[in-house]
Ligand binder design. Structure first.
Ligand code: SF4
Ligand code: SF4
Length: 445
């Protein structure tokens, strides 16, 4: 079905207006985040780096490891409920203002296309005229430009996984560059040809958004009571639709919003600005607005509804839980296990000896090494032999620890102990067991 019909190319007319200015500012902010963040350094580490082979996330000075997977779960929940919350309030805000495809098409691709091939009328005429040298060189330059843009986009996304400096200076592995090449090809295909078909046929968000909206949700819509009936000698005077079709000409999805809400609409608000220009000239307001169906039916809008309160409450709950977990989170991972080879040893001086291995990974972003100290809760220091140590950022160490207890006749076979690993800012308690031979005899295992 997807490729059953010939590709119907959309030649959208350029439009300006308050909504497009707002989108441009939003796009500029998103570009700043995408292109600048991978180059930032916080306490000697990347500000944001997803190190998949090392199973680490560097996030503005904090380092998360596989032991922090709970935060990933909360992050996914937060993103999912944010999407639900904002969609239930503002409809497809994401599609028109933050979707990477929309952002790159409107910021780079469409202006570049217009620069090389001219406005929508010239583009259409040249394409309809068939192949010529003029059309060939323009297409060649345009696609070469698209390819360069796709490389920059793919490299910038990959910088979050490979590190911007290593990637852009050619020091990353051939596998990483191969992945960049694959994503470049995908971006090129999408930006040069697939475009709105992705929204119409592949994007899952467009499919389930109707389950997230209701009559109170803000949508881009044509106000039928003001706009209809269209045309007629008195349309201008009455402020009805004058059938100029400007709202259709500017639509990058190739739809007519006057036919009602459609899944193809990405809420880019181009039709609002277009109709605003037209209606402003005849002294009326735009017939296309960002409003709810309730408002267009003359009812008072209700922003607070059961679903928005529920989504908002869940978002607040998730944010509060994450804040509490972050405050309590130790900036290092620690674990203790028995040294392989022996449960316990009876020393000649009448003590029982257990040997453990304490493994510590430092997750604190710091330019100086962090000192660590290990002790056992309730035992005097002379019964515990373990060395203090320091670790740099992301370094780990396995420290041997020997614990001795007097072999009293009534010692149980298993004694629970708590090992405390301390950095200057946090203590982590680890549960372990001290093994003895109990009160049976004195044989050494
Ligand atoms: S109908 Fe309007 S808001 Fe929807 S995609 Fe077309 S121009 Fe954008
Ligand atoms: S831009 Fe406004 S006046 Fe023109 S056709 Fe669209 S709705 Fe009607």
């Amino acid at each position: 079905m997807l490729f059953a019909n010939k590709r119907k190319w959309i030649y959208e007319q350029k439009v300006t207006g308050p909504w497009q200015r707002l989108r441009k500012w939003t796009f500029a902010l998103l570009h700043l985040i995408l292109f600048v963040t991978p180059w930032l350094v916080v306490k000697g580490n990347p500000a944001l780096l997803i190190d998949l082979p090392g199973r680490r996330l560097y996030l503005f000075g904090a380092i998360f490891t596989a032991a922090d997977t709970i935060f990933l779960l909360f992050l996914l929940l937060f993103l999912a409920f944010s999407l639900f919350f904002f969609t239930s309030l503002f409809g497809r805000l994401w599609c028109g203002f933050a979707c990477p495809q929309t952002v790159f098409l409107d910021t780079w691709i469409r202006p570049f296309e217009e620069w090389i091939e001219g406005d929508w009328v010239h583009r259409r005429k040249r394409d309809e005229a068939g192949w010529s040298f003029d059309r060939l060189w323009r297409k060649t330059v345009k696609w070469a430009g698209y390819l360069a843009i796709s490389v920059i986009i793919s490299m910038s996304f990959a910088s979050y996984f490979s590190g911007a400096r290593a990637l852009w200076s050619g020091q990353s592995s051939s596998v990483e560059y191969a992945i960049v090449a694959i994503f470049t090809a995908i971006w090129f295909l999408d930006l040069a040809w697939f475009r709105e078909q992705f929204c119409n046929y592949l994007c899952p968000y467009a499919r389930f958004q109707s389950a997230l909206t209701d009559a109170e949700t803000l949508l881009v819509q044509y106000e039928i009571p003001r706009g209809e009936p269209r045309g007629g000698a008195d349309a201008k005077e009455a402020g009805r639709c004058i059938e100029c079709n400007k709202c259709v000409f500017v639509c990058p999805q190739g739809i007519d919003i006057r036919d009602g809400f459609q899944l193809e609409c990405i809420a880019c608000a181009r039709c609002i600005d277009a109709c605003d220009i037209v209606m402003d000239k005849i002294g009326h307001e735009s017939l296309i607005t960002w409003s709810s169906m309730a408002e267009s039916q003359g009812r008072k809008p209700r922003r607070l509804r059961a679903r928005t309160v529920a989504y908002g409450g869940l978002l607040t709950g998730i944010a509060a839980t994450v804040a509490i977990l972050l405050v309590a989170r130790a900036p290092f991972d620690a674990s203790v296990q028995r040294a392989p080879g022996s449960l316990f040893i009876l020393d000649a001086d009448g003590f029982v000896r257990n040997t453990f291995l304490v493994r510590v990974t430092n997750k604190e972003a710091s330019t100086t090494p962090v000192p660590f100290h290990i002790r056992v809760d309730g035992l005097p220091p002379e019964d515990v032999t373990v060395q203090d140590f320091t670790l740099g950022t992301t370094e780990n160490a396995t420290i041997p620890m020997v614990i001795r207890m007097k072999a009293e006749a009534d010692l149980p076979r298993t004694i629970p102990i708590q090992v405390l690993v301390s950095s200057p800012s946090h203590d982590v308690k680890l549960d372990a067991t001290f093994k003895t031979e109990g009160n049976i005899g004195t044989n050494t295992p």
